[in-house]
Structure formats: C-alpha cells, structure tokens
Design a protein around this ligand. Structure first.
Ligand code: BGC
Length: 365
C-alpha cells in the first residue's frame, strides 16, 4: 500500500489542546471533547449521485441521520446523476467550509480537479461506495466487497444451470454497469471469473458475441438503456424459438430494464436474471418470479461504518479498515472498509429485508 501523503490533525483536537494549554484548564481531553460535542462536531458535506434512484436516496438519508445523531451538521446534495452538477456542488461544499467530505461519485474519473483544493485546505475525503480515481485528496474508502458481489451473481448462474454437470449449451447475455463507475468492472470481473471457463467450453454461449466489458456496459446504469439494448438483442438473436437461459445483470436498475424488455418481446422460457441492491421494484419482481436473485447491500451498515470513519478522522482515532491493497485509485492504494454483500432471493427476502426493518411489508406489496 502506498502511504497516503498526509494524516489529519482533527480540528476539535487542535482547539481542545489550545484551550487546555492556554487557560490552564485541568479538564481531561475527554471532558473537553464532550464540551466540543455541545457546539457541534463540525460540518460534513455528503455528495450522492442521484435522489431519483432508490439506492442513493436511501444512502443519503441514512448517512445524514447517522451523522446528525453523532453531532455533525450535514450538507447533503444529490447530483441528478450528472458529473458536472456534482463537481459544482462539491466546489460549493469546499468553499462553504465543510470540514470533511463523503462522496459517491457519478463519474469516478471526474473529481480530481475539484478535489485538489480540498487536499490543500486539509479537508479529508471519504469515497463512499464508489472509488474516486486519480485524486490524492481521497483518504479512505467505505464500500462493499464489489468483486464478491459479482462472484455471487456468477456462482448463482453456474449452480442454477448446473454447469458442472449439465451438457448445455445454455444461452446467456450480459448487461454490466456504467464504465465510469469503478465498481462496475469489479462486478463484471467477479462474475466473469466464475463463468468464463464455461463460455470457453461452449457450454455457456453468449449468442450475441457481446462479452467484453465496454460492449456490455450500461451508461449511467440506466434502466431505459438496458431495456433498449435487450430489445435489440431479443430481436436479433432470440426472436425464434431459441431460449435464453440467463441474463447476467449487474444491478437491479439494469435488471429492471431487461425484465421490461423480456415481458414485451420475448416468448421463450423465462431466463435466470441476477441483480443487486434489493430495490423495491426488484423485490416485487423476485416475488412475482421475474427476477431470480439480488444482492442485499445493507446501506445501514455502510452508513454506520462511514460515520465511524468520520468520527475517527475528526477526533484523531483509528478509522475502521479491513482492506489496504485492493483499491488503488491511481495515486496508491486507498485504505478501505469493505462490508459484506449478502445473497437474496424469494426464499430469504422476508428475513433479510422485512424482519430486519429495512422495508415494511407494505413497501413491497
Ligand atoms: C453500486 C450499486 C448500484 C449501482 C447503480 C454502484 O456503484 O455499488 O449498488 O446498483 O451503482 O446505482
């Protein structure tokens, strides 16, 4: 791991030691720190990709609530899935004295320039869920194990089709995520590392021939773009009686587009469809038998871990880190905390999502 170039001296710690040193106070650091809490812990800027998308709306609310509970003022912005909007929002956060930034980028490659002043001003940056590339301003990364998400999707297709024993061939198509999102390649690689041996044996056949990441990527993870591409694939390759056995979908947003397209255009046996996020629309589709599985990423855990990181940075503690070498953002490996993604399907969704209070029964009716 490349050592990050700088460590943060928390603002509250400086104020506290100045107070203690200058006035002869005998209070302990923790008493003074408690006093500092009374005045608020500082302002944190939280920049999320889009409020319109369930995933990010939920992350935004969770993290705002958790930060406020921990005594921080929160400047929460959503970028309407537009990289330029996010850049101007972040610029504003830096200029309006946010002391720390938590950012899930719309485009992981577009933030190096706007974040340069954050580094100069000593404003720590936590990349949230998605890595920010080529910026030394990024101090930590809080996310899920993204490669494991893809592995679970690939293993599901392998096991459901019994690829180790069945003769095949089975037909599969691939709908990946946004190539501007660093996570997308991890999901793709995780799944393809499981499935490629069967593709090489011609047991699993991608009839369109569209297998490389750039070709199967979906701009902005758009449901509509996935639907349009699936429409084209069906009309060109699956319009006859040929069955499609599986569609490897990287996320629920693209799975939804694929499901809409199949409903409108496809007459064969319904394929296995993967997903991730357990979005409400997709949980409904799992119950209705239109989506086979999803990956549950409990955003409450990601938010709580991020707030632990924030607190440690602001108060001079050790942030929770369980990975120091996977995520090199182009300036060195970013110390990360990876939460565990969990397999979800129609058999366990109640326990995972309802019993845990993530959704209510009426959310998914
Ligand atoms: C997230 C996924 C999400 C996708 C689309 C990815 O960066 O990790 O959970 O489905 O973006 O919003």
């Amino acid at each position: 791991m490349k050592k990050r170039l700088w460590r943060f001296i928390p603002v509250t710690a400086i104020v506290v030691s100045m107070l203690a040193g200058c006035s002869g106070f005998t209070s302990s650091y923790s008493e003074l720190e408690g006093a500092a809490f009374g005045f608020g812990n500082g302002k944190v800027g939280v920049s999320m990709p889009a409020q319109e998308l369930q995933r990010w709306n939920q992350d935004g609310s969770n993290i705002q609530a958790d930060l406020e509970k921990a005594g921080y003022e929160v400047d929460l912005r959503f970028a309407s899935n537009d990289a330029e909007t996010q850049i101007s929002q972040i610029k504003d956060m830096i200029e309006s004295d946010c002391e720390l930034l938590v950012i899930a980028p719309v485009n992981g490659d577009s933030l190096a320039e706007v974040l340069a002043p954050a580094r100069d001003k000593g404003i720590p940056v936590i990349a949230y869920d998605r890595l920010i590339k080529n910026s030394e301003a990024v101090s930590y990364y809080a996310t899920f194990d993204n490669y494991m998400v893809g592995t679970k999707q690939g293993e599901y297709i392998r096991d459901k089709l019994d690829l180790d024993n069945a003769a095949g061939p089975f037909y599969m198509e691939i709908v990946a995520g946004d190539s501007a999102d660093n996570n997308a390649i991890y999901f793709y690689n995780g799944a393809m590392d499981v499935l490629t041996p069967y593709i090489n044996e011609d047991k699993l056949v991608v009839k369109s021939g569209q297998t490389d990441f750039e070709t199967v990527a979906t701009d902005k993870w758009s449901t509509q773009a996935a639907q349009d591409r699936m429409d084209a694939l069906i009309s060109e390759y699956y319009a006859d009686s040929m069955d499609l056995s599986a569609v490897l979908c990287a996320s629920d947003s693209v799975a939804l587009g694929v499901e809409k397209s199949l409903e409108a255009n496809y007459t064969g046996t319904w394929p296995i469809i993967t997903g991730q996020d357990c979005d409400i629309a997709n949980v409904k589709n799992m119950i209705a038998g239109k989506q086979s599985m999803s990956i549950f990423k409990d955003t409450r855990i990601l938010s709580a871990k991020t707030v632990e990181m924030v607190d440690a940075i602001m108060h001079g503690g050790e942030p929770p880190i369980n990975d120091t070498d996977t995520y090199d953002n182009g300036t060195g490996a970013v110390p990360a905390y990876l939460c565990e993604p969990v397999f979800a399907d129609v058999n366990n969704y109640k326990k995972l999502l309802i019993d845990s209070g993530y959704y209510t029964e009426s959310d998914i009716e």
